[in-house]
Design a protein around this ligand. Structure first.
Ligand SMILES: [Zn+2]
Length: 522
């Protein structure tokens, strides 16, 4: 898409056709932007760099307060290395983070994927098979502690859970689980002592991971719609992140509504960039660390070409084949091909943010739970307008960026107008109660005469709609029910009967081919 399509957003013949008014709006926008820039003058710098490359930020509560401002300030760092880590200030844990124990009781890890990894010498591909059953968290933890799903113990130590097979036979276990759901939480503590995961141990496990990657077939409870945050968390609440995707006017599962991920040793996410080249944020609620890899944006093209030469047939079938999240190469393989991989260990209580054009991959080091969502900035609108899409997955995410940009522009104008009107009234002596129109996320609810008029173009139509999984917004910001692009997505859910019935988007990896889906009974 040409650049001009994003900068020229006002449809012809709309209500802003008055030249003077348009000029006035533009002047005000300019002024506002300058004010904002002044306001943002204080830079935020990394506290240190993980493994010498990945920026790690330790913001103060003041810096942490505004998510959009924080991202704006660290954007240049992320746009170089692909990923960054953010360690929240201590006050945030103390005041903003309620205990998740109660919420976890209603979690159901429905149809986790069993990951089969094939290949050799640093080049692998991943096949996922859905397991046709669901797990409560205590059940899930028990599986992660089975000897098959534990890394080898450190020298001189006994492997954790090595005797777990003796506890119950799989058959018995299954029966027990379905019949006594209430008592299983009695002696269950979801928390995890991660102190054994020292940097040295993580490096040791990294060597073991790549040596034994094709063994064990880990399970991954991935892409499960839901959140462990509550409304008590005002800042950096992954499920309610202050960002421009809130103005899509509809819910796109996993894109602007959060997903949960329940991991175990070796559960893997293959190399990919986000749909629509969006940003993503990942919070590790509890458990063992997540190992991350990223490719610096300057190496993006070279990385792609290496992957393309390794999988020429896949590339022929889909130019965006890496968006299938199926292809895995080791850091050593990439180093041998002249590409440096940035490494990061993500611990519980920390955020990792991925940036546009920064390829990333990784795996979990043990039992854990993470929550993530995509997000976007105003700067991203230019990127999103040109994002390439995979067309071979029926439910691939697509966003009408032009429409989104138009909505944002209108929202700002409406907020400005209201502010102006109030000021005028106050100046003329009429004291009016200020309506709560001011621009927070989702506040495009002032459907007055300022609601942009339709100019006949379908993307500015009256009702929001979803066509083939494409989010077409409109001037009327009605929040639509989650999208159900295909049959598969109606199946899994996170919460139990006490929680909302939830949907899943395209799963972390390739489960779209129904011929690969089968029942695995361990
Ligand atoms: Zn594709």
């Amino acid at each position: 898409m040409p650049e001009s399509s994003v900068t020229e957003l006002t449809p012809p013949g709309n209500e802003f056709e008055d030249g003077d008014e348009e000029e006035q709006e533009q002047e005000q926008e300019q002024e506002e932007q300058e004010e904002e820039e002044e306001d943002d003058a204080e830079p935020i710098e990394p506290d240190h760099y993980y493994s010498g490359t990945v920026p790690v930020f330790k913001p103060t509560m003041e810096q942490f307060q505004s998510f959009p401002k924080f991202i704006k300030k660290i954007d240049d760092y992320g746009m170089k290395v692909g990923i960054v880590k953010v360690i929240p200030p201590p006050e945030w844990y103390d005041s903003a983070l309620p205990d998740v124990a109660e919420k976890l009781r209603s979690i159901r890890i429905r149809q986790p994927i069993v990951q089969h990894i094939n290949g050799s010498q640093g080049v692998f591909s991943q096949t996922n098979i859905e397991k046709q059953r669901s797990y409560s968290l205590p059940q899930w933890r028990k599986v992660t502690e089975e000897s098959d799903h534990q890394p080898p113990a450190r020298r001189g130590e006994r492997r954790k859970g090595a005797d777990s097979k003796l506890r119950l036979s799989p058959r018995k276990r299954q029966r027990t689980m379905s019949s006594v759901p209430d008592t299983e939480f009695e002696n269950f503590d979801y928390r995890f002592n991660a102190s054994e995961f020292t940097p040295e141990r993580c490096e040791e496990l990294e060597r073991i991971y790549w040596k034994t990657i094709t063994y064990n077939n880990p399970m991954y409870g991935a892409d499960l719609l839901g959140s462990l945050f509550t409304d008590a968390t005002k800042e950096w609440n992954v499920a309610r992140l202050d960002n421009v995707l809130n103005d899509l006017g509809m819910d796109l599962p996993g894109v602007n509504t959060a997903y949960l991920y329940f991991g175990m040793w070796k559960s893997t996410f293959s190399w990919h960039v986000e749909d629509m080249d969006l940003y993503s944020i990942n919070y590790l609620h509890f458990g063992a660390p997540k190992q991350w890899y990223s490719i610096s944006q300057k190496d993006e093209k070279r990385f792609f070409n290496i992957m393309r030469s390794e999988w020429p047939d896949e590339y022929k079938k889909c130019k965006e084949f890496l968006r299938h999240k199926t292809f895995l190469v080791s850091p050593k393989y990439l180093a041998d091909h002249g590409i440096k991989v940035n490494k990061l260990v993500h611990n519980q209580g920390e955020f990792v943010i991925t940036f546009p054009f920064g390829y990333h991959s990784g795996y979990n080091l043990g039992y854990n739970c993470a929550e993530s969502v995509n997000f976007a900035t105003e700067r991203w609108l230019q990127i999103g307008a040109r994002a390439k899409k995979c067309k071979c997955v029926s439910d691939a995410v697509d966003i009408d960026v032009e429409d989104l940009a138009y909505r944002l522009k209108m929202k700002k104008r409406i907020a400005r107008r209201i502010k102006r009107e109030i000021e005028e009234k106050q100046n003329s002596g009429v004291v009016a109660a200020a309506p709560s129109h001011e621009g927070k996320s989702g506040a495009f609810s002032c459907q007055t005469s300022e609601t942009p008029k339709s100019n006949g173009s379908p993307s500015w139509g009256i009702a929001s709609e979803v066509r083939n999984g494409i989010a077409h917004g409109s001037g009327t910001p009605v929040v639509q029910p989650a999208i159900v692009p295909n049959e598969r997505q109606r199946l899994p859910a996170v919460m139990s009967d006490t929680g909302p019935e939830l949907l899943s988007r395209q799963r972390t990896q390739d489960v779209s081919n129904s011929s690969t889906i089968g029942i695995v009974d361990r």
